[in-house]
Design a protein around this ligand. Sequence first.
Ligand SMILES: Nc1ncccc1[N+](=O)[O-]
Length: 228
Amino acid sequence: MRIGVVSIFPSYLEPMRMALLGKAIDRGIVALDTYDLRDWTHDVHRAVDDSPYGGGPGMVMKPTVWGPCLDDVCPDDALLVVPTPAGVPFTQATAQAWSREKHIVFACGRYEGIDQRVIDDAAKRVRVQEVSIGDFVLIGGEVAVIAMVEATVRLIDGVLGNASSHQQDSFSDGLLEGPSYTRPPVWRGLEVPEVLRGGDHAKQQQWRREQSLARTRERRPDLLPPEQ
Ligand SMILES: Nc1ncccc1[N+](=O)[O-]
């Protein structure tokens, strides 16, 4: 998978070159290109934003800068993703779908966002998705990109050492993952549940399912299947 990220703070994206994502890049499973939007500015101040039509707070990012940038970095067969609090929710299902893409380009907006015509113009040529990672407002899209890239790339075969681990993710069966334990069997007077210390895998699977349902009922009743 090829990943392109456009930002006015490309160094903000350096964490993606570390740890497991960094290894996926080193092993050629993922190629990461980061671009500085200011390289597409054409004035001495390298301006990327301007005041909004119709008034309102903050600044809007200029179409005359974003347009030429996306023309250069986002080919027709790529998926263009624009992180925004006004986007469609990003979920594990989104990550699953994106993990099968060949090329994803992320456009990180800051200030009050990007002039809508940039997205409308790009949509004539490429598939565009405006997505949100949650109901809160970040300063820019970079942190959202790191989160979404991590959720997506970890699903690509070969990235996680133990392939089955993402099959047992939270959300992979639609429920929250239950509690996990490791040695010692007793720690500060707290015991690992007996069923997990035994060898009855069928009982352990049943216990895990019950724990998932209980946790989902308590924390995310919206995820419960209708009959539960
Ligand atoms: N929540 C967000 N706030 C700012 C930019 C992007 C965002 N998002 O969720 O993708």
